[in-house]
Design a protein. Structure first.
Length: 398
């Protein structure tokens, strides 16, 4: 049982769907989890702390201080205790406060102190749910790494029909179980990820490069680490930063440098995901000083091939290792991706096309198709790269 022994904080905000929180808490406990409740003042108008305390066997926290003796209810301690936090129901107000760090109640301060993954299940009327501000706040939380359990459609408290119902407790529990099952599968894994561009120097101030931002690779690194994997992130020049202590970052500049690091590291890892946009060629000659325009009426730069990182790793890949590559194409996308997978000995290849609006270099979004060596093909809709990182790991390691 993937929830056995897990510490789960259940946040409850002021929605009629709070009655479902009782069932959710009971189901989590039946699965073996220990549950602690933090509830907003408005949430107590819909379900009582006495009910939730009786179900969980733990005191329900709502106020910053005890009204009797002034003792402090530590949101920091709760954030360190939890293996996961789920806010269900999450109202438009609570979602907005979480998105913008408005820490005026114990639920939001607990969220801001949380060291572990956070899920939320929205609950509100249809017009509130589809309002641009609500959708914008949900997008902010997604970018922050919060897992959104999407609302469902049906009859609402207003007696209108539409999208805004909190997902049923049974389905929420299933999603949490799936998360822990996947997390456990990566808990002992060591994964190499390449990200960003490479710069091939022409002289001290000029280089040959590309428009890769590294966002996809960094999203994959953060997601792997959030699932317990030890990550070695080898990245070309990029201003992006990392936050998870399980990620060891190695910065390189050129394809040759990336090649040398990857060849050294690959034998000790369980899997490698090669998302870097590595330059295929470099200048045959690099000038030691800045070239002057006045010295060259016409300039010819002779290029020589860079080492093929993917092919080199494919040749030394052991049967118990996974090798995942990327293919950015502008034409004959499927054909070129499948050919690359075969030549490089990839187990999976992830295709994205510059012909797709919202996909490609420098963007927060991407649209991908994953091909497997067994002939399977799965396409995903345009999504944030952070969300696609989850899809990729679910597909590759699921």
């Amino acid at each position: 049982m993937s929830l056995q022994g897990k510490h789960i904080v259940l946040g409850i905000s002021g929605s009629i769907a709070a009655y479902k929180s009782a069932s959710l808490a009971r189901l989590l406990i039946k699965k073996g989890a220990e549950v602690k409740i933090v509830i907003t003042p408005a949430g107590k108008q819909f379900i009582t702390p006495i009910t939730m305390s009786a179900l969980t066997g733990n005191p329900v926290e709502s106020d910053f201080f005890s009204s009797n003796d002034g003792s402090w209810h530590s949101h920091v301690d709760m954030g360190m205790w939890a293996d996961l936090m789920v806010v269900a129901p999450a109202t438009a107000s609570t979602i907005g406060k979480m998105a913008h760090g408005i820490a005026d109640n114990l639920l939001v301060t607990t969220y801001l102190s949380m060291k572990s993954p956070v899920f939320l299940a929205p609950s509100m009327d249809l017009d509130m749910f589809k309002h641009p501000s609500t959708q914008r706040n949900l997008d902010i939380l997604k970018k922050d790494g919060v897992h959104i359990i999407d609302a469902t459609s049906g009859e609402l408290a207003s007696h209108l029909e539409g999208k805004g119902r909190m997902e049923e407790p049974e389905n929420i529990v299933k999603k949490l179980e799936e998360y822990f099952q996947i997390s456990f599968s990566l808990n002992t894994k060591k994964i190499l990820i390449t990200a960003g561009p490479t710069y091939e120097r022409i002289d001290p101030v000029r280089f040959i490069g590309n428009f890769s931002s590294g966002k996809m690779g960094f999203a994959l690194a953060e997601e792997c680490a959030s699932r317990g994997a030890e990550v070695i992130l080898v990245c070309g020049p990029t201003p992006l930063s990392i936050s998870n202590k399980l990620i060891r970052r190695i910065d390189v500049e050129s394809a040759q440098q990336m090649y040398e690091v990857c060849l050294k590291v690959f034998p000790e890892v369980d899997a490698a995901i090669l998302s870097a946009a590595v330059a295929d060629y470099r200048p045959e000659h690099t000038y030691g000083q800045k070239m002057k325009r006045s010295d060259h009426e016409n300039l010819t730069i002779t290029l020589t091939p860079n080492p093929d990182i993917a092919a080199a790793l494919g040749k030394i890949k052991k049967p118990n290792q996974l090798l995942v590559g990327f293919a950015l194409e502008t034409n004959d996308e499927d054909k070129n991706a499948l050919s690359k997978m075969e030549k490089k000995n990839f187990d999976f290849i992830i295709l994205n096309s510059l012909n797709e609006e919202g996909a490609g270099f420098g963007l927060d979004t991407n649209k991908i198709t994953i091909f497997s060596r067994n002939g399977n093909k799965k396409s995903f809709e345009l999504k944030l790269k952070k969300e696609l990182a989850k899809d990729i790991l679910n597909h590759v390691f699921g």
